[in-house]
Ligand binder design. Structure first.
Ligand code: NAP
Length: 310
């Protein structure tokens, strides 16, 4: 494949950036990929495993001369990183990010970017519960969605080029408005993560009573909650702090539904429960039919490292 960009710089070298690197290399989408992570330990690991063609000791060095700069740090760190790299950005370069929340990232990053640099925020809807430079793999984004969220005045050609990169990486690409993105993700990802964190917390409380039974018999649905609740604490703290309104809105609706189900159980309303579960089962079938998960038992994750943490 012809390279989409001559030089790509990855700022932050965790799960998402490392997976992007391996996918970019798999398809030959960039002539050179530079990388930077804030800790010497992560930079050392990256050099050891061949993550990036060149690992730099400063973010400014990594972005110098880059045609595309990818911010792949926690959402709460995006603004500071943008301020740090801004003076070193090449005229005509595109800056994108992979953050799980979009309105906050746009507000935090855009003011720092100089005239003549394009900003095209993005969000690949793929992840696992693992993090760090060694957790990435080229197939992570295959057949997953990547949402591009252009800001006012985003250059069409810059958006098209970034789309070509994500398609080359293996994703399907859609364009979405920032506020809509944050609401959709609150439903599909952020609220479910909070519910998983809560359920594991409840079970942990119970464990003190039932000893190790919660772990021993965890295959009965609970195990999948623990996988989601093992997701990176920094990333998820930042997601909830920066997508506050949409998450609280969805959790409010969730609580109302939960009360309705609680009442049905208390009053013995079997019809209500049956109809509710029939409807939710149809939603699951729709996800499988859309190719976003397999119908295999055990949630289709036997022997894989996940693929649905986002
Ligand atoms: P990760 O594996 O934990 O890696 C995070 C990277 O950011 C590391 O290189 C880390 O550097 C660096 N970093 C952490 N805090 C920083 C700070 N305060 N300033 C500068 N750099 C910092 O994270 P990830 O899963 O790749 O997530 C990266 C971004 O992708 C996040 O914005 C997240 O919302 C988004 N995202 C995640 C997923 C997912 O499922 N994981 C999916 C889609 C999008 P050190 O290693 O040196 O500490």
């Amino acid at each position: 494949m012809t390279p989409v960009y001559d030089r790509v710089a990855l700022i932050g070298l965790g799960l998402i950036a490392s997976s992007m690197f391996w996918a970019i290399k798999r398809a030959g989408l960039a002539a050179e990929v530079t990388g930077y992570a804030r800790s010497a330990e992560t930079r050392e690991t990256a050099r050891r495993i061949g993550l990036c063609d060149r690992v730099c000791d400063s973010a400014a060095d990594a972005v110098a001369g880059a045609d595309l700069v990818v911010l792949a740090v926690p959402v709460g760190a995006m603004g500071a990183v943008a301020a740090d790299i801004a003076p070193a950005l090449k005229l005509g370069a595109t800056v994108t990010d992979v953050g799980s929340v979009k309105r906050h990232v746009i507000d935090a990053v855009a003011p720092h970017l100089p005239e003549g640099v394009h900003f095209v925020p993005g969000h690949p809807l793929a992840g696992t519960e693992h993090s760090g430079p060694e957790s990435g793999f080229a197939e992570l984004f295959d057949n997953r969605w990547c949402l591009l969220v252009p800001v006012e005045g985003s250059d069409d050609a810059a958006v098209d080029r970034l789309r070509a990169l994500w398609e080359g990486i293996g994703s399907n690409v859609d364009v979405m408005d920032a506020d809509h993105h944050d609401l959709v993700l609150a439903v599909t990802s952020h609220a479910p993560h909070l519910i998983a964190y809560t359920m594991v917390g409840v079970a942990d409380d119970l464990r003190r009573v039932t000893d190790s039974e919660v772990i021993k018999y965890s295959a009965a649905g609970f195990r999948d909650f623990t996988r989601i609740a093992a997701s990176d604490p920094t990333m998820w703290r930042d997601v909830f702090l920066t997508n506050k309104d949409a998450t609280l809105e969805i959790l409010g609706r969730f609580t109302e539904e939960l009360f309705a189900l609680q009442r049905a159980i208390r009053t013995g309303d079997g019809d209500m429960l049956f109809d509710y579960f029939t409807h939710t089962r149809a939603i699951r079938r729709g996800i499988v039919e859309a190719g976003q998960d397999t119908a295999a038992p055990d949630f289709g994750r036997v022997g894989t490292s996940g693929g649905a943490a986002e």
